[in-house]
Design a protein. Structure first.
Length: 100
């Protein structure tokens, strides 16, 4: 089983997304947990470390899920996309805009 390893995941901390600040990124047992804060409100995103087989979703490539835990919505990202911190931050911004 391939387990996702995001190098330097701490580099997300202090990045801003539409007024939200990433305050912590925790490498938990099976997930990366990304905590955001805006004023006194919190938002939590997670990235499970286990990939989803593309075949199961009728895709030609495997994907990882970026979950917006507050609203139980997500986007699927390829390995190269999930490795691009700026792209992940952008996708977090898109999900926040949908539900803010």
């Amino acid at each position: 089983m391939d387990i996702l390893k995001i190098e330097n995941h701490g580099e997300y901390v202090n990045k801003s997304v539409d007024g939200w600040n990433i305050v912590s990124v925790v490498d938990n047992y099976g997930f990366y947990i990304i905590n955001l804060e805006k004023d006194s409100t919190n938002a939590v995103f997670s990235i499970p470390k286990v990939k989803i087989k593309g075949f199961d979703l009728r895709l030609d490539y495997d994907v990882y899920e970026l979950r917006y835990d507050t609203y139980q919505h997500s986007v699927m990202l390829s390995l190269s996309e999930i490795s691009d911190k700026d792209l992940v931050v952008s996708k977090i911004g898109e999900l926040i805009k949908q539900y803010e």
